[in-house]
Write a protein that binds this ligand. Structure first.
Ligand code: IMP
Ligand code: MG
Length: 181
């Protein structure tokens, strides 16, 4: 575990708070998909821990798939354009699909994925986002399941990175910008 002591990091949500909220989200998803099958699609890499914890809190017949999109580049700034770097392995036509994403920020990524997935005619398409930053939204899109709604902060840990680092922090932390952009 990397030490957070030497960095300008502050815990926003502890591992215990995350676990509690993810369990609640799992219970809600279980109720909503009772008796149905579900394809949980994790958005790599940030949603890796969220998918692994959420899926184990969901008591329905579930399978996994993963996609990867172009992301923030190397810093805190989005490039704006979204590209699919890794597509689904299995067709989703006629299936209940739950996109599992770490953060709903500008909404560009999820609006793009929603458009691409809907072209495959799933039975249903929903979104679970651990974090939501509504004040940053560019595309009109909301998640069906939200862990925590947060102000415009840059966060790391529990899968989320800054320049690929800090994903393995167990808590969600706030990182203050260390250089002007
Ligand atoms: P969007 O397309 O702007 O909604 O951004 C979605 C992606 O940006 C997320 O899946 C994250 O990978 C990344 N992102 C947005 N905000 C943060 C943050 O605060 N920390 C780390 N990654 C972030
Ligand atoms: Mg991501």
């Amino acid at each position: 575990m990397p030490s957070v002591a030497s960095e300008a990091l502050e815990v926003l949500y502890s591992r215990a708070q995350i676990a509690e909220r993810v369990a609640e989200m799992g219970a809600q998803i279980t109720r909503d998909f009772q008796g149905e099958k579900l394809v949980m699609v994790g958005v790599l890499k940030g949603a890796a821990f969220f998918l692994s914890d959420l899926s184990r809190a969901v008591d329905v017949d579930a399978t996994f798939d993963f996609v990867a999109t172009s992301s923030y580049g190397s810093g805190q700034r989005s490039s704006g354009a979204v590209k699919l770097i890794k597509d689904l392995d299995q067709p989703i036509e006629g299936k209940n699909v739950l996109i599992v994403e770490d953060i709903l920020d500008t909404g560009l990524t999820l609006a793009y994925l929603r458009k691409v997935f809907l072209q495959q005619r799933p039975k249903s398409l929903r979104i679970a986002a651990l974090l939501d930053k509504p004040s940053r939204r560019i595309e009109k899109i909301e998640a069906d399941y939200v862990g925590f709604s947060i102000p415009n902060l840059f966060v790391i840990g529990y899968g989320m990175d800054y320049a690929e680092r800090y994903r393995n922090l167990a808590d969600i932390c706030i990182m203050a910008p260390t250089h002007p952009e």
